[in-house]
Design a protein around this ligand. Structure first.
Ligand code: AMP
Length: 120
């Protein structure tokens, strides 16, 4: 899948759409999810153009990948959930119902999140 430069997170990165920024460094940006599903629900995105975790894993440089993982950890510590615990989640593709085609990691925390996936 080709990267869509008009996806909503690309527009946030370009400053065309506002976000509630919680963290930024050379390689990553983090902001509050617009529809939070936990007391802490933050999205961490790389600044590079990657469609999903699959694209990022295949094409990002090792430096970008390391910087991104370090950013996720830094954001969680900054949010104060590193001690109490948190969950990260990245949707890729149709079965995961990925909505925005720019790689992002969700950080959920601030309450007990239960175990793994909800059963339906
Ligand atoms: P996913 O299903 O993993 O692609 O999730 C996309 C997430 O982006 C959802 O949790 C949305 O609530 C969130 N989202 C969509 N638009 C915005 C926005 N403008 N600012 C912050 N979060 C957004």
């Amino acid at each position: 899948m080709a990267y869509d430069r008009n996806n909503i997170f690309a527009r946030i990165l370009r400053g065309e759409i506002p976000c509630q920024k919680v963290y930024e460094d050379e390689h990553a940006l983090a902001f509050n999810d617009i529809r939070p599903q936990a007391p802490v629900h933050v999205l961490v995105i790389p600044k590079g153009e990657y469609v999903s975790i699959d694209d990022f894993a295949a094409k990002a440089s090792p430096a970008e990948q390391i910087a991104f993982i370090k950013a996720v950890g830094a954001v969680a510590r900054q949010l104060g959930v590193a001690d109490s615990g948190y969950r990260i989640l990245a949707n890729h593709g149709v079965n995961a119902n990925q909505e925005v085609p720019h790689f992002h990691v969700h950080i959920f925390g601030g309450r007990n999140l239960g175990r793994m996936l909800p059963r339906d």
